[in-house]
Design a protein around this ligand. Sequence first.
Ligand SMILES: [Fe+2]
Length: 179
Amino acid sequence: MSGLKIFLDTHPEDPVLETTNADVITRELAAIGVQFERWESPVTLSPDDAPEVILEAYKPYLDELMGAKGAGSADVLKLTPDNPNAPALRQKFLSEHVHTEDEIRFFVHGRGHFVMHLHGRVYDALCEAGDLIAVPANVKHWFDAGEKPFFTALRVFTDTSGWVAHFTGDDIASKFPVA
Ligand SMILES: [Fe+2]
C-alpha cells in the first residue's frame, strides 16, 4: 500500500507523521509542491507486456499529463531483481540529488521510494502500482527500490538532458534507509 512518512531531518528514528491514506499523502506532498495522484488502470497489464503496450494503455492519461506539463516524451523503465545492472542502478540515485527538470514517474507495477528533503524535513513516499509522483526541479531527493527492485514505471520528460542527477554531496540519504 502506498505510504508516506515525514521526519525532521535531524531525527531519522521518529516519524512525525506516518500514513497510508492516499488523500493525506496527496495533501502533505502538495504542501511541498510535489504532485501525487492515484490513477485507475485502464486495463490489466502484465509485467511482461512490451513498453509500447504499456504506453498505449496509458495514452489518455499521458496525453493529459504531458499537455499540462509541457512534456515532450515518455518511456517505460522496468527493473527486476535479476537485472545484472540493478545494484549499479540502485546506487546511481541513492544519494541526495536534484535535477533541472521535474522527475515525473507513474508506477505500473511494483514499488519504490521517492524521498524528498526540504524545509528541514524528510518525506519518504512509498509509491506503488497506480501512483503518479512529480518531484519538481531542484527539489532535493533520492530514490530507492531496495536490494531486490521490482517495478515498471512510466517516465515523462520535458527534456531528457534535464534528467541528469546533480548530487548535493550531503550523506543524509544514508541516515534514512527505506524499509
Ligand atoms: Fe532523481
